[in-house]
Design a protein around this ligand. Structure first.
Ligand code: C2E
Ligand code: CA
Ligand code: CA
Ligand code: CA
Length: 281
C-alpha cells in the first residue's frame, strides 16, 4: 500500500497544501481536461518480429496540462480510478482512437488497435454495452480491436469478468493479458477466458541477453503461448540484441523504443504509410 500511496501522490506538489487539497485539484483538473480536449492519444506500433510488418498500434493516454505540461498516465490514472473518471476517460479514448485509426486507411485495412482497460471500468455493470456502443457509433470492426487487461482485473471477480469477456468476444473483440508474468494469479484463467494475446512485460524483455533467467522465462512464456494457441507480444524492446533473442525464440510481435516511441496520430499514420511503401517495394 506504501507503493500505491507514493504513486497516487507522485504528482504531489508541496506548494499546493495538503494531500486532500491536491487530490481535489487533480480531480477538478481531470474533469476539465476531459471537456477541454487536454487529453491526448498517442500510438505505439506493434511489429511482426520476422517480417517487420506493422500489425497494429497500442493507444496510450496523455494529459497535456495547460500549466504543468505533459503528464504521464501513471501520474493521473490512479486519481481517475478513484474518482470513477476512468470510465468516461476510457470511453472517450476508445472512441477517439477508433475514429483516428479508421481515418488512416480504408475499411479494407487490417490494422489492429489495442486499448488498455482498468479493472474499475470492467467491473461496471454497463461495461459491455459501453464498448459495443462505441463500436457501433464509430463503425470500427470489432475483430480489429484488442482490449488489454492485467491479471489484476481477473483477481477481483473472475466469474463476472469471464461472462463479460465472452460476450464481447462473441462479437469479435479480442483480449490481451498485459504485463504478463508480473501478477500472482494462477494460470488456470488462461483456459477459462477468451484470451488471444499475452504481452510479455518489459522487465523480462529488458533482461534478454544470452543466458539470463529472463531469457529462460521469456522462452517458457512463448512455448506455453504456442501450446495454447496464443499470440505473443514482447513489450519494451529497446536493443537489437533483445530483438535477435526474440527472433531466435520465435516470438511473434514486438513493441518498443527500438522500433518507435509512442507517436501522435498524424506521425503514426505517416510511419505506417512509409512502412507499407517499403514493404511493397
Ligand atoms: P502499458 O500498458 O504496459 O504500456 C506500455 C508502457 O511502456 C507505455 O508507457 C510505453 O510508452 C512504455 N514503453 C513502450 N516501449 C518502451 C520501451 O522500449 N522502453 C521503455 N522503458 N518503455 C516503453 P506509458 O504510455 O507511460 O503508459 C504507462 C501505463 O499507463 C501503461 O502501461 C498502462 O498501464 C497505463 N495506461 C496508458 N494509457 C492508458 C489508458 O488509456 N487506460 C488505462 N487504463 N491505462 C493506461
Ligand atoms: Ca498495455
Ligand atoms: Ca504492458
Ligand atoms: Ca506496464
Amino acid at each position: 500500500a506504501k507503493g500505491q500511496e507514493a504513486m497516487r501522490y507522485a504528482f504531489y506538489d508541496p506548494n499546493m497544501g495538503n494531500k486532500a487539497d491536491h487530490y481535489l485539484t487533480m480531480e477538478t483538473g481531470l474533469r476539465r481536461a476531459l471537456g477541454n480536449r487536454e487529453l491526448q492519444v498517442l500510438y505505439q506500433p506493434q511489429v511482426d518480429v520476422s517480417s517487420g510488418r506493422i500489425l497494429g498500434v497500442e493507444a496510450l493516454l496523455r494529459w497535456q496540462h495547460p500549466d504543468r505540461g505533459l503528464i504521464p498516465p501513471m501520474d493521473f490514472i490512479p486519481v481517475a480510478e478513484q474518482t470513477g473518471l476512468i470510465v468516461p476517460i476510457s470511453l472517450w479514448l476508445l472512441r477517439e482512437a477508433c475514429l483516428e485509426v479508421l481515418s488512416w486507411q480504408g475499411p479494407e485495412s487490417e490494422l489492429r488497435l489495442a486499448v488498455n482497460l482498468s479493472s474499475l471500468h470492467v467491473e461496471q455493470p454497463d461495461f459491455v454495452d459501453g464498448i459495443l456502443d462505441v463500436l457501433l457509433e464509430t463503425q470500427f470492426p470489432p475483430e480489429r480491436l484488442e482490449l488489454e487487461i492485467t491479471e489484476h482485473v481477473l483477481m477481483r471477480n473472475l466469474d463476472a469478468v469471464i461472462e463479460k469477456l465472452r460476450e464481447l468476444s462473441g462479437r469479435g473483440v479480442t483480449f490481451a493479458i498485459d504485463d504478463f508474468g508480473t501478477g500472482y494469479s494462477s494460470l488456470s484463467y488462461l483456459q477459462r477466458l477468451p484470451i488471444h494475446t499475452l504481452k510479455i512485460d518489459q522487465s523480462f524483455t529488458q533482461g534478454l541477453y544470452q543466458t539470463t533467467d529472463e531469457a529462460t522465462l521469456v522462452n517458457t512464456i512463448i512455448a506455453m503461448a504456442q501450446g495454447l494457441g496464443l499470440q505473443v507480444v514482447a513489450e519494451g524492446v529497446e536493443t537489437g540484441e533483445q530483438l535477435r533473442s526474440l527472433r531466435s525464440m520465435q516470438c511473434h510481435y514486438m513493441q518498443g523504443f527500438l522500433f518507435s516511441i509512442p507517436l501522435v496520430g498524424p506521425e503514426t499514420r505517416s510511419l505506417i504509410a512509409s512502412w507499407d511503401d517499403q514493404a511493397s517495394m
